[in-house]
Design a protein around this ligand. Structure first.
Ligand SMILES: NC(=O)c1ccc[n+]([C@@H]2O[C@H](COP(=O)([O-])OP(=O)(O)OC[C@H]3O[C@@H](n4cnc5c(N)ncnc54)[C@H](OP(=O)(O)O)[C@@H]3O)[C@@H](O)[C@H]2O)c1
Length: 357
């Protein structure tokens, strides 16, 4: 387990509920990224040859650890429950950088198109689709095929975007806000007035945690990040205080802020020493508190109702003006490799989006 915690190339999201857990759920001991009961739907890309029917452009990973290529791909017909979406924005996640290096827990066969979340407009619906219609604006999650002008997905994994929410803001929501809501609300049961510590606080998920904790759950956030600029951004986005963990002990800095009582909830997305320091902002055994793991994608298969509720809630909070999704950078499809590097080199803040228009 310790080795897992230290492996930055696996995407961690660890929670520490630093007070007796009121949840009826037993504390979960995270064991990593088990794949049992988790159906994997990967579709092979058919690259277009001249004279074939309808085409669209897609980013393709043709070889692991090599730059992606942008190519014309042949459209396939939609199945009865499927929807073809004209993709406007696709979120770039750390998971995309990992899957293209063969370091993610899911390993689609080559060639494949990365991208697990998007916003866009419905182009075509299958014969049994009842939830959306042509022209509807939607967000969706998919199993690595969203970095493309078109994406086909099951109707279940699409949610309609309210009128006053832009396609760009909506594209920031699925993974980052879905994770933030499930972590803060479902898992940690964060209460108004509690103090939440979040690491990688200026990243896409970190800023979503700050937004939801502060503006929806009325908690106070200590933002921990790796530079003064990132700390400044986290403060601008609602954190009450910040700690630059590249300049000393996170544990000591947090202690100075909240005293020996520690924080109520710690959400760590970095792993390694930063995780251990977050954990030491309180002591599990002495204080009857619990540490939990969270894997957002797994909820889609394990508890779809909960997964879907996290999406609907994110859209609703956005419609109500409670939350304010932050896009740090937008890249065109042709610049996909620059976009992935931007994320991998730790330069990004907020959500990095790929614009397909
Ligand atoms: N388990 C889940 O369900 C789940 C869901 C969403 C995200 N995640 C994971 O949580 C992490 C953050 O996600 P995100 O969407 O917020 O990503 P992001 O926007 O790319 O932010 C990543 C941040 O992580 C920090 N970091 C620390 N060590 C790093 C390293 N070696 N390389 C790159 N970044 C490093 C950096 O912030 P500092 O410079 O401030 O340290 C960076 O800005 C990722 O690992 C992601 O895979 C897990």
């Amino acid at each position: 387990m310790a080795a897992r915690l230290c492996a930055r190339h696996l995407p961690p999201a660890w929670l520490c509920r630093c007070k007796p857990n009121s949840s009826p759920e037993p504390p979960v001991r995270a064991t990593g990224y088990a794949r049992e009961n988790q159906p994997l739907f990967f579709l092979r890309c058919r690259r277009a040859a001249q004279g074939q029917g309808r085409h669209y452009r897609a980013a393709l990973c043709t070889e692991l650890k090599h730059p992606l290529v942008v190519e014309e791909v042949v459209s396939r017909p939609v199945g009865p429950h499927e929807v073809r979406v004209d993709v406007h924005f696709c979120g770039i996640n750390f998971a995309d950088t990992l899957v293209c290096r063969g370091q993610y827990q899911e390993k689609p066969p080559l060639p494949f198109t990365p991208g697990i979340e998007f916003s866009g407009a419905v182009l075509e619906t299958g014969t049994d689709v009842s939830t959306v219609k042509k022209g509807d604006r939607v967000i969706g999650v998919s199993n690595f095929n969203a970095m493309a002008e078109e994406c086909i997905t099951d109707q279940k994994t699409l949610w309609r975007i309210p009128e006053n929410v832009s396609l760009q803001d909506a594209a920031v929501l699925p993974v980052s806000y879905g994770t933030a809501i499930l972590a803060l609300d479902h898992r940690a049961r964060t209460q108004p007035g509690e103090t939440v510590l979040v690491t990688a606080a200026a990243g896409a998920t970190g800023l979503a945690v700050i937004d939801v904790a502060t503006n929806v759950l009325r908690a106070k956030v200590i933002a921990a990040a790796g530079s003064d600029e990132k700390c400044k951004l986290a403060m601008q986005r609602g954190a009450q205080s910040s700690v630059n963990y590249s300049q000393g002990s996170l544990k000591e800095a947090v202690k100075k802020l909240v005293g020996s009582g520690g924080v109520n909830v710690a959400i760590d997305m970095v792993g390694g020493d930063v995780f251990l320091e977050s954990l030491r902002s309180n002591l599990l055994l002495l204080k009857n508190i619990s540490a939990m793991g969270l894997y957002f994608g797994r909820y889609q298969h394990q508890d779809f109702a909960l997964f879907s509720k996290s999406m609907s809630s994110a859209l609703q909070y956005c419609q109500q003006g409670l939350i304010h999704p932050h896009t740090g950078a937008v890249f065109k499809l042709e610049k996909i490799n620059d976009a992935l590097l931007h994320v991998m080199q730790r330069k990004s803040t907020g959500k990095v989006l790929l614009s397909l228009k």
